[in-house]
Write a new protein. Structure first.
Length: 410
């Protein structure tokens, strides 16, 4: 099987690594990719902002399967175009991807399907916003309705900050959900739903969950503190009802359904849905998956997931720590040389997934906000965490920063 991975982040690097472990895979290409994917997969030039580009690249390269990583191409209809041309694609249609593309749409789906989630209010103007904030009360949860690259959410006790975040946007105001947050991925073909193993990511930039939200600063899996019945409960109360409701609406969801959950005192509730693999959770979930990935994703793409064998998982743990550029999550500094990559990768159990990088005559340099995901696999969370941070210490990038408390509670 020839597999084209669309995207350029650490998630796509992790996908390429997992696909290359599948004995059914003959070749992997990544477009547009980065310095890390270029070392293991063929680089395909494509513009992820053009929904026609993945299908065109797949046709040129002769892909048997296209795996679309980022949300932007999915919401823009890239998977629809692949399907129209008869190309097997892992990723939802534009209509189904509205589960991520519009927070208000997702809330409507959850209400129709009886899925546990926070109460919410949609605000399009200052009057509606004021009324919603009055009803919700602090801490205020304010979400941009559309895509925002992981930076569209503010949780704050400060009403002025909440109002400032909402200014100029259609927003969803939610009641605050207390309890730890968990990410659970599920592969689906629109009928059958196969959940993966849960992970927890760290969204805020600073230790102790301080500072602004980011795309994610680290993650770990499994979650020793989570209940053994968590996955089964989420499957029955959240994942299956969502997929059934999307099918009822004539927009069957085929691809990766990502449920961001709050484990409240009354059970798991949905914080958000995403329509693709999460970053950085992918970096810790896929290394633990023993089942070949390409076969699983292809079964989803062609509607044959019911016939796929049960998934097999490693008992080992995985931890990833994101190294970010100076200035992130604001305006990141770019173009700085990255040293120590080989030393980091030589730490036992470690792999380094590239995100914002590119190759130059001077070596690998930074080219984005989240630069690297340093991932380690170990016998348990503590061992994986120690290895990940040993590798992080070996990497040198001017002005970079990372959290020092990833998986500390694991």
């Amino acid at each position: 099987m020839r597999v084209l991975v669309v995207g350029s982040g650490a998630r796509e690097h992790a996908l390429c690594l997992a696909l290359l472990r599948d004995p059914s895979v003959d070749a992997v290409a990544c477009g547009p990719g980065n310095a890390g994917t270029a070392a293991i997969a063929e680089t395909i030039g494509l513009d992820v902002t053009d929904p026609q580009a993945p299908a065109a690249a797949a046709a040129r390269w002769g892909a048997d399967l296209v795996v679309i990583g980022p949300e932007g191409p999915l919401v823009a209809g890239a998977a629809d175009i692949c399907r129209e041309l008869g190309i097997a694609v892992f990723g939802p249609s534009a209509a189904a991807a509205q589960l991520e593309g519009s927070k208000a749409f997702a809330k409507d789906v959850m209400a129709a399907a009886g899925i546990p989630t926070a109460r919410h209010w949609v605000a399009d103007d200052p009057v509606a916003l004021a009324a919603a904030l009055d009803q919700a009360g602090p801490p205020y949860v304010v979400k941009h309705d559309g895509l925002a690259g992981g930076k569209g959410v503010v949780v704050t006790p400060d009403r002025r900050e909440a109002e400032a975040h909402a200014a100029g946007h259609r927003v969803v105001i939610e009641e605050y959900l207390d309890g730890p947050e968990v990410s659970l991925f599920a592969v689906t073909d629109g009928v059958t739903v196969v959940p993966l193993q849960p992970a927890q990511d760290a969204k805020r930039v600073g230790d102790g969950d301080t500072g602004p939200n980011t795309g994610g600063m680290g993650a770990y899996s499994p979650l020793p503190w989570a209940g053994k019945d968590l996955v089964d409960e989420v499957q029955e109360r959240i994942l299956l009802p969502t997929v059934h409701e999307m099918a009822r609406r004539g927009a069957p969801f085929s691809g990766l359904l990502y449920a961001g959950l709050a484990l409240t005192a009354t059970g798991p509730k949905v914080v958000e849905f995403n329509a693709r693999f999460g970053d950085p959770e992918t970096q810790v979930v896929l290394p633990r998956l023993l089942t070949p990935l390409a076969g699983l994703l292809h079964a989803s793409a062609v509607g044959e997931l019911a016939a796929h064998p049960p998934l097999l998982w490693s008992e080992e743990a995985a931890v990833t720590v994101v190294i970010a550029a100076e200035g992130y999550p604001g305006t990141p500094r770019t173009g700085d040389r990255i040293d120590g990559l080989d030393t980091a990768a030589a730490v036992a159990g470690v792999s380094v997934q590239h995100a914002g990088t590119k190759s130059t005559s001077d070596g690998v340099v930074s080219a984005g906000g989240r630069v690297l995901s340093v991932t380690a696999v170990g016998t348990d969370v503590a061992a994986a965490r120690d290895a990940a941070y040993a590798a992080v210490a070996a990497i040198k990038l001017r002005g970079s920063h990372h959290r020092s408390d990833i998986a500390a509670a694991g």
